[in-house]
Design a protein around this ligand. Structure first.
Ligand code: F6P
Length: 559
């Protein structure tokens, strides 16, 4: 693979630096003098309508950002990703989450083999399994219908399914509840199994590698909970290994790329769904990792989610960069962080069902682009990886928006809203969804256009309070709207942010698909274990701070 282009050496970067030096942000003035600005800077991709006009750019800057994309080889890298090249260089893997939603009959090759038939083979298996659970044909070991499905996974094996389950709650099946166990804090297993009936509970152990400490520990705890619970009710005999195996077969399925490890764990490989090393954990909600979601919303709806993702893939793959939504949003993020000095990026969905979307995006973006070296091992040449965060509006308005409006830091934000509510409700004559949308619109306008001292004075504010009440405006936002939150539009949103993440990574020259930065902590956790348990040598080997904390723990445990 060619070495990454250093973006800071391109002509476009130089032009953008000059443009930044000359920039006098004035969204009020820009909109006043250019009535066509909003129309010109709004684009449609699939069902998503995206308004970029409240960003701190003019046409020239947008054109230079597109040129930056061209000069760092965005189109070539995009073709390499879709074409199955091993662009995950440090793990020597292709990056083909887009193949997971390729329609039957499309050809996507990895090393000369078309992977699409395999993708659909596994999807068919998952769909058949989900149908059985949903119809009651798949029962627990005592013949009872499954009412609770508990996904055990962490990171990409948790955040995608839980985010999408929450987002698509109205599409769930009555009488079937999903829970998600991720944390190794034993509280998580305790709380998520509380009040569940083991006879009606099915666990899905989701782990790409099937080596993750948290997931395997939690799966063992769940297995014990199940067997103890069944034995207590007399459903199986304690210590009877055949009965235990039969129970595990009915109450545990697995999802992994490592099916050999699944059987070592005691789950019948017949009850396991596979996927491939060319699917990154944080890009895997649409692989078998989404099995719990398929059970919740059903195969048809899941297929709509995949189709929505594919729609966005096709837009990203084929639209020219200057009309390409993921490309423009990724390049705008580069503008905001590398030229305007923003360190963070807020995502503010005006949809309560998207309450886990920011958490999901945190892994997608920060595990992908939180890198200090480029894919050829050389140091990056500019800042990378914004800090992503957010909460649904309007809750955020009453918590942290103050800082976005009047603080000293620049916080670019994506606002997401839907024309139709998931639940239309009225407060007297007032359509509450319209009240909600009014807040979405008011916030983006207030952030862009602010309130001048003259306007504050005109309200009769006493002079000493005027400055506290001034809103400077010129806070950049992007507004994304869609007709409604559906499996398809959720799929389009997920794929949009996957591709935005990719575009940023291409500019910075990094491998957005590895995650070596999580390894050291895992290794140290193993080494620290014996010290906590009381091994004197292991304790002595710790640094003084860690030793002090372990001693505190040992002095206070059981207190
Ligand atoms: O945190 C590191 C990581 O490898 C993530 O990339 C991944 O999503 C998560 O752990 C879980 O991994 P696995 O699916 O292999 O259990």
């Amino acid at each position: 693979m060619p070495h990454p282009v250093d973006p800071t050496t391109t002509d476009a970067w130089r032009e953008l630096s000059d443009a930044r030096d000359d920039l006098e942000p004035d969204l009020r003035g820009w909109f006043a003098s250019d009535p066509d600005r909003a129309r010109r800077m709004s684009l449609d991709a699939g069902d998503l309508h995206v308004d970029l006009s409240k960003n701190l750019v003019d046409d020239q800057i947008l054109a230079e950002l597109v040129r930056l994309g061209e000069q760092v080889g965005l189109a070539e890298r995009r073709a390499a990703m879709f074409g199955g090249e091993r662009i995950n260089v440090t793990e020597k893997r292709a990056v083909l989450h887009t193949a997971l939603r390729a329609p039957r009959g499309t050809v996507v090759e990895v090393d000369g083999t078309d992977v699409v038939p395999e993708v659909h083979e596994v999807l068919d298996q998952i769909y058949a399994f989900a149908d059985k659970v949903r119809s009651g044909a798949w029962t627990g070991v005592t013949g009872r219908r499954i009412k609770n499905v508990v996904n055990i996974g962490i990171g990409g094996s948790d955040l995608g399914p839980v985010m999408a389950y929450e987002a698509l709650k109205p599409y769930g099946q009555e009488g079937l509840e999903l829970r998600f166990i991720s944390n190794i804090d034993p509280t998580d297993v305790h709380e998520k199994t509380a009040y569940l009936d083991p006879e009606e509970t099915l666990f899905i152990v989701a782990s790409k590698t099937f080596t993750t400490l948290e997931t395997l520990t939690n799966a063992r705890l769940a297995k014990k909970w199940l067997l103890d619970g069944l034995a207590e009710r007399g459903a199986i005999r304690e210590g009877d290994s055949d009965q235990a195996l039969a129970a595990i077969a009915q109450h545990f399925v697995a999802v992994s790329t490592a099916l050999d490890k699944v059987s070592e764990f005691g789950i019948d490989p017949a009850n396991a769904f596979g996927f491939w090393d060319w699917v990154g954990g944080r890009y895997s909600v649409d692989s078998a990792i989404g099995t719990s979601l398929v059970v919740a919303i059903g195969p048809e709806r899941f297929a709509e989610l995949l189709a929505g993702m594919h729609t966005m893939d096709e837009h990203f793959r084929t639209a020219p960069l200057e009309r390409n939504v993921p490309a423009l949003m990724g390049l705008l993020n580069v503008w905001n962080s590398n030229f305007l000095g923003a360190h963070t990026h807020a995502v503010l969905p005006y949809a309560q069902y998207l309450h886990r979307f920011p958490a999901y995006l945190q892994q997608l973006t920060m595990e992908s682009n939180g890198k200090g070296v480029r894919y050829d091992g050389t140091p990056v040449t500019t800042e990378t990886g914004e800090i992503w965060w957010g909460e649904p509006g309007t809750n955020g308005q009453h918590a942290f928006y103050q800082l976005i409006h009047q603080g000293t830091r620049l916080v670019p934000a994506d606002f997401i809203a839907f024309a139709n509510p998931s639940h239309p409700l009225k407060d007297g004559a007032q359509d509450v969804h319209e009240l909600f949308l009014a807040n979405f619109l008011a916030q983006t306008a207030a952030l862009a256009f602010g309130k001048t001292a003259e306007e504050v004075r005109a309200e009769g504010t006493e002079e000493s309070l005027v400055s506290a009440r001034v809103f400077e405006g010129n806070r950049p936002t992007t507004s994304i709207m869609a007709p409604a939150l559906t499996p398809s539009t959720l799929g389009q949103l997920i794929a949009l942010y996957e591709h935005i993440t990719f575009v940023e990574g291409v500019v910075w020259g990094i491998d957005s698909f590895d995650q070596w930065g999580v390894e050291l902590g895992k290794k140290l956790a193993k080494e620290v274990g014996p010290a906590i348990e009381g091994d004197a040598d292991a304790l002595a080997a710790q640094d003084p701070s860690t030793r002090g904390l372990i001693e505190y723990y040992r002095d206070h445990r059981g207190s």
